[in-house]
Design a protein around this ligand. Structure first.
Ligand code: PGA
Length: 234
């Protein structure tokens, strides 16, 4: 029995104009208002791009949606002369969480472990909980990270989670258990890779899996709504 709510961390990645993000919230809100359900067993965290965070925060508040916000990344540097960077302090009043070390950033932006360690330090100093992504269960988990996202690269979709095979719930559960055993401190382990409304329930029932991190399945409001509904046991 898990003693904290099952986390659903939606990652919009590099998608949506401001107008598209607003329509997503309008659609999500109308689905939610038409058919709200019990979300006491889930915690929903949406991670849109920085440009959407302020609007998203305002809409979540005015629509009273059961959604919290996270960032997809943070600067390794504090406030200052770092053109183009967004520091932890800058987003600290909008988010309580930030993804750090996603495989796409490690691959395309060549993020190194040293840089990720600085990002974690910045996040913690702004009271932001890092959601630290690892791609292999043997990867080292920094001490300050209490939320770990296990995301085998081959299971991550290229946008459409129905076109990629996810890791099986059994294997993901086994990996999550190994990660917990290998850590000297308590961690919640989230599984990410081609999760959908149809397969999410099979991860919820696994004792070592504390949440999921849908990318493609968070992009459409109705798909994300159904995923949350199915994970909440409704
Ligand atoms: P996916 O993305 O659900 O589209 O596979 C998951 C992720 O990259 O976090």
């Amino acid at each position: 029995m898990r003693n904290s709510p099952f986390m659903i961390i939606g990652n919009w990645k590099s998608n949506k104009t401001v107008v598209e993000a607003l329509s997503w919230f309008e659609e999500f809100n109308s689905l939610w208002k038409k058919e709200p359900f019990d979300t006491t067993k889930t915690q929903v965290i949406l991670c849109p791009a920085y440009i959407h965070l302020k609007n998203a925060a305002d809409l979540i508040k005015s629509y009273e949606l059961p959604v919290e916000l996270g960032a997809q990344d943070l600067s390794a540097y504090p406030n200052g002369t770092y053109t183009g960077e967004v520091s932890a302090e800058m987003v600290g009043d909008l988010v309580k969480f930030s993804i750090i070390g996603h495989s796409e950033r490690r691959k395309f932006l060549h993020e190194t472990e040293g840089e990720l360690a600085l990002k974690i330090k910045e996040a913690i100093s702004a009271q932001i909980s890092p959601i630290y992504c690892i791609q292999d269960k043997s990867m080292l988990i920094p001490e300050d990270c209490q939320i770990v996202a296990y995301e085998p690269v081959w299971a991550i979709s290229h946008g459409d989670p129905y076109q990629t095979k996810p890791e099986t719930p059994e294997n993901a559960d086994f990996a999550a258990g190994e990660i917990k055993k290998s850590c000297n401190h308590a961690v919640q382990v989230i599984y990410g890779g081609s999760t959908t409304p149809e397969n999410v329930a099979s991860y919820v029932t696994k004792p070592n899996i504390d949440g999921v991190l849908p990318g493609g399945a968070s992009l459409k409001a109705d798909v994300f709504y159904r995923l949350i509904q199915n994970a909440s046991g409704n």
